[in-house]
Design a protein around this ligand. Structure first.
Ligand SMILES: NC(=O)c1ccc[n+]([C@@H]2O[C@H](COP(=O)([O-])OP(=O)(O)OC[C@H]3O[C@@H](n4cnc5c(N)ncnc54)[C@H](OP(=O)(O)O)[C@@H]3O)[C@@H](O)[C@H]2O)c1
Length: 240
């Protein structure tokens, strides 16, 4: 029986991915900043561990407690929507700290065991906005595009050890807590000069019916974990 460790399992794609793998007889280590046992079905194959991907001690403790894993899913992430002029450097750093450096740090933490066993898969969840740029998402898109580039270079470096590194690029998923969780970073993020642009962006989103569901992401992660011929980049969602 194989083991997957998923980051950011308290809601959205991470929670659904944990559920998807549990249903298919994998051992699942569901990690969250604030561990909750009541989010996933009770199972002898489930462990819930505390993990904040921006905290080196938390990473060390979680990876030690996890023991041997076969697949790491770097899913934890935060968003911010706003004009660059309305986003503080503190917020830009926060977004990179979680989305980009959090992914790099978690990957670095599991690589020794993957390399020694000559086996292992890292799956990084980025975003389809890195393929189709949208306005008001410059900082977020940059944080995810950096992960795409990181993944593609690392994949070449780790081929010799039979370690795979893959990307899943979801589309827009209004059903997760992503938008709500981003609100705190979006105070004053649309200065008056950008109000017209923001209005047109929100109107376009309001009209689009095709969106991404959490299960689309879980399916793509599942494929990356189970199909060695899977392309390095997979999009996920009807809108991608
Ligand atoms: N929803 C979308 O439209 C969309 C589209 C493309 C890509 N994505 C990406 O998909 C991933 C999952 O997003 P989602 O839509 O499922 O959003 P979500 O419901 O907000 O879930 C994000 C998860 O990341 C966790 N998280 C945030 N900061 C963390 C940290 N420092 N350490 C550990 N966990 C942390 C959150 O935990 P807390 O409960 O502790 O905050 C939450 O469990 C993200 O990487 C996001 O960028 C989302």
């Amino acid at each position: 029986m194989k083991t997957v460790l998923v980051t950011g399992c308290s809601s959205g794609f991470g929670l659904e991915t944990a559920r998807y793998f549990l249903d298919r007889d994998w051992k699942v280590i569901a990690t969250m900043r604030t561990p909750r046992e009541d989010l996933l079905p009770r199972s002898e194959h489930l462990r819930v561990l505390a993990l904040d991907v921006t905290d080196p001690d938390s990473i060390r403790r979680a990876v030690e407690a996890a023991g041997q894993i076969d697949v790491l899913v770097n899913n934890a992430g935060i968003g911010v929507l706003g004009a660059l002029e309305g986003i503080s450097m503190a917020t830009a750093r926060e977004v990179f700290e979680t989305n980009t450096l959090g992914t790099i740090a978690m990957t670095q933490a599991v690589l020794p065991q993957f390399r020694l066993r000559r086996a292992g898969i890292v799956i990084n969840v980025t975003s389809s906005v890195t393929l189709t740029p949208l306005p008001l998402l410059s900082v977020y898109t940059a944080s995810k595009a950096a992960v795409n580039a990181f993944t593609e270079s690392l994949a070449l470096e780790l081929q010799q050890f039979n370690v795979r590194v893959n990307l899943v690029l979801p589309g827009r998923a209004p059903s997760t807590r992503f938008g709500e969780n981003a609100q705190a970073r979006m105070r004053d993020s649309i200065p008056e000069a950008y109000a017209g642009l923001a209005k047109s962006v929100f109107e376009a989103w309001g009209q689009s019916t095709a969106v991404t569901q959490a299960v689309d992401v879980a399916e793509a992660v599942w494929r990356a974990a189970n199909d060695a011929s899977c392309p390095l980049r997979q999009t996920a969602g009807a809108d991608t």
